[in-house]
Ligand binder design. Structure first.
Ligand code: PLP
Length: 432
């Protein structure tokens, strides 16, 4: 097999590094987790990406989740073009915002009202401010390996072990900003029970990815989410599901719909913007009424509810919620994961695989994965080798072991079958 050329990507990466730190505007894009040079993208359509050297890849990253209909779907392109003709931003209310808000409340069981922001990070920061305002408490609980964006109080060392007290994960985060953040292992109810006993009536919120996607894909154990719901209610603490990634992907109604557990607050992003920058936080009306100007908790945004983004989000959710569309994309993820598991068995490579709706993941380890500690038993060097072999075979996976993969409505059975052929070659090259 002739090796793909990446000459133009390499040149562009060199140039980018002169003007942009690390050459990228979000760290994972730099391929540090797998080594090598990131491919620079020229265009995309349906399930495919084309890089600047003319190579085509079947994409299972899908811009890290938002693109449930595939790249440049007609309905979204048309909606954005039509809105652009009418203006790109007004800084004044539009009907589009209410239409998208209504659509989200129809799909998400725990969301009665919501406020649009511009990213998932803004959504989680605002939801935590709201939870603190509403409960009049300061402490928050998060889980190791769960990512909620780069807000100071959430960028906390997620060490394993019980109740790691807030230590910032990055220089520049003041100790004070992180000291009220308590970190626990995922999937361990006992640890949370102990924490509530240690900090009675001090914990404002428990925030989690109900299906974790930022340490690879890790599902909650049976009864875990129900247990969180019961414990938080008993202690007057708000339960926040960060569904920035899982929203509309684990099921149309998100993880909360799939597991039938209603959080007090939900954070959203990715899919609701259809590939444009949007986030949102929402939940019970009684709590959301605390948000300014209805209530005293201040939060604002020049471009929040941006009409281009609202049009893209609305077109996306309308298409995505048509009968059978989600199910077909979930079936694509199932077929892919089953195929990957089979290829690994044939190659004699230990692999854990999992899938939740249109999200999937796999770890190069013999150990079942249920939290960050077990996720980290994965052989990251083997993943790096596999990633590059997959790329050579025309399959674009996440450039890190600790990320979920995504399918879309554009991943037809033929597309998945072809990708599996490519991955067969990739498994062969990591077997030795
Ligand atoms: N929350 C979760 C669960 C995420 O996966 C992400 C991003 O990947 C965020 C929050 C942050 O969103 P953004 O990157 O839009 O700020």
């Amino acid at each position: 097999m002739t090796k793909l050329s990446h000459e133009r990507s390499k040149a562009l990466f060199e140039e980018a590094q002169q003007f942009i730190p690390g050459g990228v505007n979000s760290p994972v894009r730099a391929f540090r987790g797998v080594g090598g040079t990131p491919v620079f993208i020229a265009k995309a359509k349906g399930p495919y990406l084309w890089d600047v050297d003319g190579n085509r890849y079947t994409d299972f990253v899908m811009s890290w989740g938002p693109l449930v209909l595939g790249h440049a779907p007609e309905a979204v392109v048309r909606a954005v073009q039509a809105q652009a003709e009418l203006g790109t931003s007004y800084g004044a209310p539009t009907e589009l915002e209410t239409r998208l808000a209504r659509k989200v409340t129809e799909l998400m069981p725990g969301v009665e009202m919501l406020r649009f922001v511009n990213s998932g990070t803004e959504a989680t920061m605002s939801a935590l401010r709201l939870a603190r305002a509403f409960t009049k408490r300061d402490k928050i609980v998060k889980f190791s390996g769960h990512y909620h964006g780069h807000g100071d109080m959430l960028l906390v060392q997620a060490g394993s072990g019980v109740a790691t007290l807030g230590l910032p994960d990055s220089p520049g985060v003041p100790r004070g900003a992180a000291q009220d953040t308590l970190t626990l292992p995922f999937n361990d109810l006992g640890a949370l029970e102990e924490l509530f006993a240690r900090f009675p009536e001090q914990i404002a919120a428990v925030i989690l990815e109900p299906v974790a996607g930022n340490m690879g894909l890790v599902r909650p154990k049976a009864g875990y989410l129900e247990g969180l719901r019961r414990l938080t209610r008993e202690h007057g603490t708000l339960l926040i599901f960060d569904e920035v990634m899982t929203g509309f992907r684990v099921a149309l109604g998100g993880a909360q719909g799939h597991y039938a557990v209603e959080p007090d607050l939900t954070t959203l992003g990715k899919v609701i913007g259809g590939g444009l920058p949007v986030g949102a936080y929402g939940g019970r009306r009684e709590i959301m009424q605390w948000v300014a100007p209805a209530g005293p908790m201040y939060q604002a945004g020049t471009l929040s509810g941006n009409p281009l983004a609202m049009a893209a989000g609305l077109a996306t959710l309308e298409e995505w919620s048509r009968p059978g569309v989600f199910e077909a994309a979930a079936e694509a993820a199932r077929t892919l994961v089953e195929g990957i598991a089979k290829l690994a068995r044939q190659a004699g490579i230990p692999l854990q695989t999992d899938q939740a709706g249109t999200m999937f993941g796999f770890f190069f380890t013999e150990e079942p994965v249920s939290d960050y500690a077990s996720a980290k038993t994965s052989d990251v060097q083997r993943y790096a080798k596999f990633f590059h072999a997959a790329l050579e075979h025309g399959v674009y996976l996440a450039p890190s072991q600790f990320e979920a993969g995504f399918t879309s409505a554009a991943h037809t059975p033929e597309v998945v079958a072809q990708a599996l052929e490519g991955l067969e070659g990739a498994f062969r090259s990591v077997a030795d």
